[in-house]
Design a protein around this ligand. Sequence first.
Ligand code: ATP
Length: 435
Amino acid sequence: MQKNDLMDKILSLCKRRGFIFQSSEIYGGLNGAWDYGPMGVELKRNVKNAWWKAVVHSREDMVGLDAAILMHPKTWEASGHAANFADILVECKNCHNRFRQDHLKGKCPTCGAKEFTEGKAFNLMFKTQVGPVADEKNICYLRPETAQGIFVNFGNILDTTHRKLPFGIAQIGKSFRNEVTTSNSIFRTREFEQMEIEYFTHPNDAEECHKKWIEERFNWYLNLGIRKENLQLRVHGADELAHYAKGCSDIEYHFPFGWSELEGIANRADFDLKQHAQFSGKDLQYQDPITNEKFYPFVIEPSGGCDRATLAFLVDAYHEEVVNDQTRAVLRLSKELAPIKVAVLPLLKKNTDIVGLAKKIKKDLQKNLSCVYDDTAAIGKLYRRQDEVGTFYCVTVDVESLTDKKVTVRDRDTMQQERIGIDQLKQYLSEKFIL
Ligand code: ATP
């Protein structure tokens, strides 16, 4: 399959099956913003839950945070975003479209012309005002990253949790960047969700910690089903690093449009805490309770995009195969990520006994698993629909079910069918999903 065809097919499935819609589509859409439909919201929530489980609940050295999107404007002076968070913008002299200079390959992607205006810095932060008075004093920004909410709360978290180094703070939340150009659906958008960790450590241990986090984060994607050949690590060259950074590696995924960043893992040294200490006048040093040594911890920052991860999981899961001369599209999402675990389907929607039993089974299973009931088409079509959204098992209730008290359980990947007693069903599925 051609790469572009593949992306088109996946995006068409995302629309058709309710994963992703263009924002405010009935008005022609808004560039760079997307809505997650009934399937998409479940998938994205599963991605976030898997991340939180891996980096907070399964560890002893991590806590969570949910900081506000709006922050004191001084935050962005201290972080450097007010002065430096800019892309260089150029305009094509022929068609007047604008582009990021670093994304151009010599000629205009729209009209092919080769002449551009001088590059101009364009700050990517969205500006807004706090309160009713439109005044310079009331200018505020939508955060362009969640990280700063963590740094400004470093003192609060130390005081309230009495943590000892090394420890980390994790946060998931919306970020906003007025990107010059947006592309590839949810890959590059102006409103997106980040999953970020700031891990604080003694400067002597930072390099080792950095290595561990790179490994940990790389394996997270593999454990959730991404194929090894589609994931790579790219170590930043010295010319790409911020002046304070000691190192950075990107985890990249092989999208149909090329290898692209999913997550960056940086060793930011003590830059952020020192900056906030200087701008706020607060002492943000750490004091070792045993040695009494006082110092600014170094920070390791694994910073990923939830939307990009979701897109990578979708792309990697998409498969087509020919079954009985027909193409079957199936999302082979992992058990943890699949939006629906079980669909309960009545074979005959006009038979009230079958429908009643199917609904009862669904009601029973939904206490532990995400389930749907569907009777809006013939069984073959219902199976195809569930395959396309990655539903793990279809449970079909037929006429025999009323007498033999058994149902047919169909496996998404093998399409094998098994007859299981209704009273065994919960146990059977809970073993499959390790509930
Ligand atoms: P890029 O080079 O692709 O613009 P970046 O290096 O500026 O990304 P970071 O500032 O390191 O990105 O942000 C951390 C993560 O947040 C990225 O790895 C990505 O997954 C996500 N992210 C950043 N910008 C966007 C965006 N415009 N849309 C969707 N996700 C984004």
